[in-house]
Design a protein around this ligand. Structure first.
Ligand code: HEM
Length: 501
């Protein structure tokens, strides 16, 4: 963790070693040189110094952007995606065009709930967001480190976020609110079985898997569709921390995961993942015994095994965190020809929600912030003006459409299939949660799941404990019995849960 000599701790020292002297003359934001004598700065009446004072004070208080409502804290880095296996017969997107093809990427990893200054070792899911800067524009996979999500009805988003965040009266995280939501929407327990087992505190971001979760509809050059779930499998293996380690790091190094990612890359130990897909045909989709577009479900790996597609490597730290990571704007709506996205309702809602959040957080021209610009293609369209940054504002090109004067023209894809039309029901059954508990978690993970869930649930109201035990028993009688037993026993609570911090 926090070693005084490591690259993160030494960044500023290394900056000095790289530069031969001051990088230039100090100037006001308008570019005029500032005369400044040590000891006389702000108390002199020198007008230029006064301008410096005003310039710096007024700028300081404008340094914050609104933080993301979820996923506020993060580590991020840059690198590339390289195709290792051909899937161009399934998907015509140029990024998958040929073996060996490399596409630049930006990644951002983020606990869901903690605020921007929170701890990295909270028990929670982690965002796993990847932007591919393709020749046909940006393609974003805005995923998690769990293969499933909490619920599939987008109307629940606001209420879910509120129940996980702070109580409006106490301004504290609130386990009654937390368990009330989970037990009123018990489909969420599938994902929370993973969170309460050891997956809830990943050992940094390098040893964490990633999942696009939604089943993406893709098509090939002939307009034939396939359905893919994206997986990122960490080449260094999956590693998690137990509650005790999480608690220790929360005190000793709250930025553990951010530091670990930065140091690994700075030392040349580049994190990498194998990108793989589960492939379903339209016939598979039709004969599935459950809704394969339901994000609370996984697609069974024994029936639909992983097909490797490429390698995803992070080899470059941001040079300026705020410019390059804080200002990153991911969106499920960022799709490219060949990739239609998820046909499900949650995906549809997400297409709007991220754009709206980014208008609010970054302003009307958020896609003109360098890190959000499609690196490999020029953007010509009929949007104009608004708050900076504007870049060239599409110069003197015609600004209305249609026009008779050589303004940009639409792209026509004769082969583009129509999106699959879905009618979705609510998710209701615990088969996959039971399968996870019985066959996928190790004995040790089942033990951690029980003790971590008990430690958290113990702090919730009695009726919520009872309701939770009822659902856990429906998942598996052993799980319910062990949690009920744990709640009854008088052992003191030494377990760690994110709400404690
Ligand atoms: C499969 C389910 C979901 C996954 C995997 C997911 C993942 C993520 C990730 C990784 C981020 C952080 C992006 C970044 O690094 O900047 C994020 C942010 C966000 N998510 Fe989701 N999310 C899901 C569902 C939803 C839903 C249903 C909504 C609303 C309808 C939503 C709204 C938001 C918003 C508003 C942000 C903040 C965006 C910003 O300020 O830039 N998410 N989500």
């Amino acid at each position: 963790s926090h070693v005084p000599g490591d690259p993160a701790a030494q960044q500023i020292v290394q900056f000095k070693q790289r530069t031969e002297g001051p990088v230039g003359i100090l100037k006001t934001s308008a570019g005029s040189p500032i005369e400044y004598k040590e000891g006389y700065s702000s108390i002199t009446s020198n007008l230029i110094q006064h301008e410096y004072l005003m310039d710096s004070l007024t700028h300081l208080v404008r340094e914050r952007l609104p933080e993301r409502i979820v996923h506020a804290k993060a580590g991020g880095a840059f690198g590339y995606f390289e195709v290792t296996h051909d899937i161009s017969h399934l998907c015509k997107a140029k990024l998958f065009e040929s073996i060996g093809k490399k596409t630049p990427v930006a990644a951002r990893f983020s606990p869901v709930v903690v605020e921007r200054g929170g701890i990295d070792t909270s028990r929670d899911a982690r965002g796993f967001a990847v932007k591919f800067y393709t020749e046909e524009g940006n393609f974003d996979i805005v995923g998690f480190n769990t293969p499933m999500y909490v619920y599939k009805d987008p109307l629940l988003f606001t209420t879910f976020v509120h129940s996980q965040k702070r109580n409006p009266a106490t301004n504290l995280n609130d386990l009654n609110m937390f368990w009330d939501f989970l037990t009123l929407r018990p489909e969420s327990l599938h994902m929370f079985l993973l969170i309460f087992s050891d997956r809830g505190i990943p050992d940094g971001y390098r040893h964490m898997p990633g999942f696009g979760i939604h089943t993406f509809e893709v098509y090939n050059d002939h307009g034939e569709t396939s359905y893919l779930r994206f997986h990122f499998v960490p080449d260094a293996g999956i590693r998690n921390l137990n509650s005790e380690e999480g608690r220790r790091l929360a005190a000793d190094d709250p930025d553990y995961a951010t530091r670990d990612l930065y140091n690994a890359i700075a030392k040349g130990d580049f994190p990498s993942w194998t990108v793989a897909v589960q492939i379903l045909s339209l016939e598979d989709v039709k004969r599935m015994p459950f809704d394969p577009f339901d994000v609370t479900k996984v697609i069974p790996l024994d029936e639909f095994p992983l097909h490797p597609v490429g390698r995803f490597v992070l080899n470059k730290n941001p040079i300026n965190y705020f410019a390059e990571i804080e200002q990153l704007a991911y969106s499920p709506a960022n799709l490219v020809p060949g990739i239609l996205g998820g046909p499900d309702k949650l995906f549809e809602a997400r297409r709007l929600a991220y754009r709206d959040a980014q208008y609010y957080r970054l302003g009307a021209n958020f896609n003109k912030i360098p890190v959000n610009c499609p690196l490999q293609t020029a953007v010509l369209n009929y949007n104009r003006d608004g708050r900076a940054p504007l870049q060239d504002n599409n110069r003197d090109n015609p600004n209305y459409f249609p026009n008779s004067f050589h303004g940009p023209v639409p792209y026509i894809d004769e082969k583009r299939p129509r999106n699959l039309q879905l009618i979705q029901d609510e998710s209701r059954n615990f088969e996959q949660a039971r399968e996870l508990y019985v066959n996928e978690l190790t004995k040790q993970e089942r033990d951690s799941l029980v003790s971590n869930a008990v430690a958290s649930l113990r702090q919730a109201a009695g009726f919520l404990q009872e309701r939770a035990v009822k659902w856990f028993s429906l998942i598996h009688s052993d799980l319910g019995a062990r949690i009920a037993h744990g709640l009854k026993s008088n052992q003191t609570n030494t377990e760690y849960h994110w709400q404690d911090y």
